[in-house]
Design a binder for this molecule. Structure first.
Ligand SMILES: [Zn+2]
Ligand SMILES: [Zn+2]
Length: 126
């Protein structure tokens, strides 16, 4: 038996790692992806922040395709803002008093008159 046990596959060049992620195979033959900390620039405040190896792994596991664009601080700020002021759905209505078009944060009902903010304030003040 003089045949070599391993055949070379043409067209595949070994020893060329991917740009940023190194693929390493451990003894069991499972592929391990090694991540390195990366420095990204926050889109909101322009500060540099670290996209850590751990975070990159988390992103990959959760199938997030895009890198984070904001630093953790800005991300937190945005989260808080979103929680504080959820976008309200506004409905078109016509003021029952002056006839001007207005918007109300609830579904207008026929049995209840809708007032624009001015008329509402007037009626309230009385
Ligand atoms: Zn930021
Ligand atoms: Zn009105």
């Amino acid at each position: 038996m003089s045949e070599p046990s391993c055949r070379r596959v043409w067209g595949q060049r070994p020893g060329q790692p991917n740009a940023e992620i190194k693929n390493i195979t451990n003894r069991e033959g499972n592929q391990i992806i090694m991540y390195e900390d990366r420095t990204l620039v926050c889109r909101d405040c322009g500060k540099e922040f670290i996209f850590s190896a751990g975070e990159q792994e988390f992103y990959a596991k959760n199938d997030f395709k895009n890198d984070p664009v904001r630093c953790p601080e800005c991300r937190r700020a945005r989260k808080n803002a979103a929680r504080g002021q959820a976008p309200r759905e506004m409905f078109d209505a016509v003021c029952a008093s002056c006839g001007k078009p207005t918007k109300v944060p609830f579904q207008p009902r026929n049995d209840k008159p809708i007032y624009c903010s001015e008329c509402f304030a007037q009626r309230r003040g009385r």
